[in-house]
Design a protein around this ligand. Structure first.
Ligand SMILES: [Zn+2]
Length: 145
């Protein structure tokens, strides 16, 4: 509530002090645009799989959310691509059944598809600490780093 009150009194370019990225950052905006294009293509290609349904979960995240996630042990990093609006968490159902394992052939194929769309794309399911439904673009450097 306090955040909402305060944000109505400040200019848009200063919103990053409350955990939102400034839209005036053109190189980051271009990366976000490429991410959105790949995401649209990704969803369209996946819809060719009969019986597959997709739910998009978290995309953008504020510093406040990230701080909370780290506190709760839900995230290990301040370098989350969600903070740059360059990552999305998704869930998949096949024939009405939630796909929960990153080891299933279908999930691996979904991860490989995402990574094949661009060299900068990464699927969290292939990380040492698996993040099963996480898909990100990891090329932009310099905003949070
Ligand atoms: Zn994620």
């Amino acid at each position: 509530m306090m955040l909402l009150l305060l944000s109505s009194f400040i200019k848009a370019e200063n919103l990053n002090i409350f955990g939102f990225y400034p839209s005036s950052n053109k190189s980051l905006f271009s990366e976000q645009d490429k991410f959105m294009l790949d995401l649209a293509l990704f969803v369209e290609i996946l819809h060719a799989i009969e019986g597959l349904e997709i739910s998009g979960r978290e995309l953008g995240r504020t510093l406040y959310q990230q701080k909370r996630y780290i506190h709760l042990g839900l995230s290990k990093t301040w370098n989350s691509k969600h903070l740059e609006f360059l990552a999305i968490d998704m869930e998949f159902m096949l024939d009405g059944k939630l796909i929960t394992s990153s080891n299933s052939d279908l999930m691996k194929s979904i991860g490989y598809l995402w990574e094949s769309l661009d060299d900068a794309n990464e699927a969290g399911m292939f990380w040492k600490w698996k993040d099963n439904g996480h898909f990100q673009r990891n090329k932009y450097k310099g905003f949070w780093e």
